[in-house]
Ligand binder design. Structure first.
Ligand SMILES: NC(=O)c1ccc[n+]([C@@H]2O[C@H](COP(=O)([O-])OP(=O)(O)OC[C@H]3O[C@@H](n4cnc5c(N)ncnc54)[C@H](O)[C@@H]3O)[C@@H](O)[C@H]2O)c1
Length: 367
């Protein structure tokens, strides 16, 4: 008798955090549990961390002492969103999300975007397939390096500096990662976003490194765009783009534009990868805590489902990841959509519809 196959196990840390974060993470965990039980070849163990602006207001800390060591024990992190109306945004972002990405050297922030079947782009001429991009964002330095300061506070001669940091080490590893990402996609095409006309130091080095790294990727075609012109190209000629690499700030802005052009910020995912796998990578929707809709049960959970699927690929569960995305797209196509996508369904209905679709895909239920 052949031995029973061993169940692959993955441990996931969940941090819902603020606003709609816990709502979409609960939906994501529900769908992932369903998927694992239907699949039967892998098991997911979840550990919830209650790190949020509420915790900060009570204890003065978002991440308790020893918190990163706790996270380190997990294979991946599923993150909601941080930001509360009564805590300054730079405090919440720097003390939770960036306090994980930067020490864990999750240097490649990968943001795919596409138009789902059954949804509409605000662009008149873009249909599913016409906009299918992956934005690779530098995630540890650049404009968000945290360098700078303020002097003479409140005086008319007050000074504030925000210094962008570009190191050869980080730019090269990121651009190499972007070429590798482009190489894995059918079109093998990379657009390097820059601003080297106005920013004549860091951005000129960025361009030089892109040209150097490109020599190792003969099979990948590439071009270069100034970030301002890039916004026009994204709107006017979405089919001309495929994989895009940009700095921390540029890609942050371009990826929100990308999500909106694909239909809603509520569908777009982010992977924060430490490609060395020394630290757990972190997966999240790109949207924020959206306190305008928090607690109303209307948040779109699709971005979280997509990021959960990206997490499964990272963990080696490609087949299950594919099935999850097939279910999500079947559900949007059938018209079960939240308000941001022009529908009337709530978070719960979309989540239940995806779980039901998974049962169909795994052959447990008839369509
Ligand atoms: N990664 C993060 O944790 C992250 C990212 C962006 C913003 N933020 C924080 O979130 C807070 C709110 O920021 P914001 O308003 O600029 O951006 P946001 O993404 O939270 O919201 C922008 C708009 O999109 C809508 N929206 C966002 N996600 C949605 C979803 N899943 N379904 C339906 N509609 C959705 C919101 O209702 C809002 O109208 C701020 O504190 C900000 O700092 C955090």
């Amino acid at each position: 008798m052949s031995p029973a196959p061993t169940l692959r196990k993955h441990s996931i840390a969940t941090i819902g955090a603020d606003g709609i974060g816990p709502e979409v993470i609960d939906a994501g965990v529900q769908v992932l549990r369903k998927l694992a039980s239907l699949d039967g070849t892998f098991k997911l163990d979840f550990e919830e961390f209650d790190w949020s602006s509420e915790t900060y207001k009570k204890t003065g800390q978002y991440i308790p002492d020893g918190g990163l060591e706790q996270l380190q024990k997990h294979d991946a992190i599923l993150f909601g969103a941080v930001g509360a109306p009564d805590v300054p945004d730079h405090i919440s972002l720097w003390n939770l999300r960036l306090a994980i990405c930067q020490p864990f050297q999750q240097y490649a922030n990968v943001r795919p975007t596409k138009i789902f079947r059954g949804t509409e782009s605000p662009l008149r001429k873009a249909n599913p397939g016409d906009l299918d991009w992956v934005i690779v964002r530098e995630n540890t330095e650049g404009e968000y390096a945290g360098q700078g300061g303020r002097s003479h506070r409140g005086q008319p001669w007050e000074i504030a500096t925000e210094v962008s940091i570009f190191t050869r080490h980080s730019v090269e590893r990121l651009i190499r990662f972007a070429f590798e990402t482009a190489r894995k996609r059918p079109r093998k095409f990379l657009t390097v976003v820059t601003k080297s006309n106005a920013q004549r130091n860091g951005m000129v080095m960025w361009d030089e490194i892109a040209a150097e790294v490109s020599k190792d990727f003969d099979d990948v075609k590439w071009d270069k765009m100034l970030v301002d012109a890039m916004t026009c190209r994204m709107v006017l000629d979405p089919k001309s783009l495929d994989t895009i690499v940009a700095t921390n700030l540029h890609a942050d802005i371009l990826s929100d534009l990308a999500a909106a052009l694909a239909g809603s910020i509520g569908i777009a995912p982010t992977s924060n990868f430490d490609p060395t796998r020394k630290n757990p990578s972190m997966f999240e929707p790109i949207h924020g805590s959206a306190f305008d809709i928090a607690g109303k049960g209307v948040a779109n959970p699709v971005a979280t489902f997509w990021t959960a699927s990206e997490m499964l690929i990272w963990l080696g569960e490609d087949e299950a990841a594919k099935k999850l995305m097939e279910s999500v797209e079947a559900v949007t196509e059938r018209g079960v959509r939240t308000r941001d996508l022009g529908g009337s369904a709530g978070t719960k209905e979309v989540t239940e519809a995806v779980c039901a679709e998974l049962e169909v895909i795994y052959g447990r239920k008839k369509a």
